[in-house]
Write a protein that binds this ligand. Sequence first.
Ligand SMILES: O=P(O)(O)OC[C@H]1O[C@H](O)[C@H](O)[C@@H](O)[C@@H]1O
Length: 420
Amino acid sequence: MPEFNFITISDLPSIESFYLSSQASTVCEPERRDPSHEPAWLDSTPPINKKVPPIIPLPLFQPQCSLHFPPRSPGPNRHFLLGDHGRGVRRRAIQRLPPRADPPWMAGRASSVERVKERATGLDKFVLREARGSSAEVYLYGGQVTSWKNNSGEQQLFLSKKASFKPPKAIRGGIQICFPQLGNHGVVEQHGFARNRLWSVDESPPLPDTTSDCHIDLILKQSEEDMKTWPHSYELRLQVALSPRGDLILTSRIKNKNADGKPFQFTFAYHTYFSVSDISEVRVEGLDTLDYHDNLQSKIRCTEQGDAVVFESEVDRIYLSAPPKIVTIDHEKKRTFVLRKKELPDVVVWNPWDRKAKAMPDFGAEEYKCMLCVGAARIEKPITLRPGEEWQGRQEISPVPSSYSSGLLDPEMIQQMQRI
Ligand SMILES: O=P(O)(O)OC[C@H]1O[C@H](O)[C@H](O)[C@@H](O)[C@@H]1O
C-alpha cells in the first residue's frame, strides 16, 4: 500500500464529472457523485495503485476539496489539469499547489541526532529527535533500537525492565538485528552475533532512500573472533530513520567482502518487540491462510486458519512469504502498527506467555502481557551473496489510530495524516 499525498484544489468548476491529470499521468476519474464507487482509471501509464479508493468522497460542486494520491503522483508545486470528462479538456485549469506548510508550533524546530553515553550502562547510544516530535534511541551495542516514541511522545516499543545491557547478553526488547542467522539453526549462536556486538558509526553511508533528515548510520564488520565460527568478511550496514510522520524506518545492507572468492549464506530478521496494552486484546492481520513453521511443534509446517492471529497462549512462529504489509492492532490502546517490508518475505511472531516468561532471567514474569514480537525476516529462503554482492532489506513501521485495519483507510486516519 502506498502512502498518500494530500492536496487541496480550490475553485473546482461546476461540472458534473471531471478528471484530474498531472504533468506525468492521469490520476483518476471520480465517478459521478457516488462516493462508494471506485475511481475508474483513465490510463495506466505510469501504473498507479488501482487499489486506492477515493477515500474522501469528491465533493463536486463545492469550491474546495481534498484528494489523495499515491506518492509517485504529483506533490506540491506541480501543475494539474482539470477538465470535464468525455468532451476533452474543456475547462482547462492549471493550478500550482502551495507546498504543504508546517504547523506554526514547528517554527524554529529542527531534527537532531545526539550521541550520549548512558550513565547506568556505560554504553553509547544515539538519540534521534525528529522536528515534529517523534524520537528513537539506538545503541551501538547490537545496533539496537531500544526506544521509539511517536509524535505525541508515546513509547511504541517494549523494553524489559529486567533487560541486561551487559555483553554478551542481547538487550531484551526494542529491535534486535538477527544476523547471520535467526534461531539456532546454523553454526553461530542463537539469533546470530550481530545483536551482541559493538557496532560503529558508518562514516561512509550510502545515500539514504528516505527523505528523512533524522537518521543514524551504523556498521558492523567481521571480527577475528567471529571469523573462527563464521569465516567471512562482510559489511552489515544499518540505517535507522524517523520520518516526519513519526514512522521508524530500518534499512539494512549486507555486502560480501570475502577476498577468497567464497560466497556466504545468511538469514536475517528485525526481531521487533512492540509495546501493547494487553496481549489478549491484540490481533495481527495480514497472515491469514499463510503457512508457518511452528517452533513449539518442532518447526512443523502449519497453515494459518484464522483471519487474524490472536493470543491466548505461547506463540512462536515464522510465517512464510507474507504480504509486504502486516498490521498489528491493539484495541485497548486504540493503536495500530502498520509494518511494511521489502526483501524480507517472512514474519516472526512471538509471545513467550507466562511459563517461558518466568524462565527468562532478563524478562519480567508479567511482561508477556504488554509485549508482542512481530518482525520482518528472511528465513525460509536464505540469501546467498558472492563476493562484491550486496543485499538490502527494509522494515518500516507506522503508528496509526486503531480504526485503521488491513486495506481500509478511514477518515480519522486521513485527518490525522493531513495534520502532519
Ligand atoms: O531469548 P532469545 O534468544 O532472545 O529468543 C527469543 C525468541 O526469539 C524468537 O522469536 C524465537 O522464535 C523464540 O523461540 C525465542 O524464544
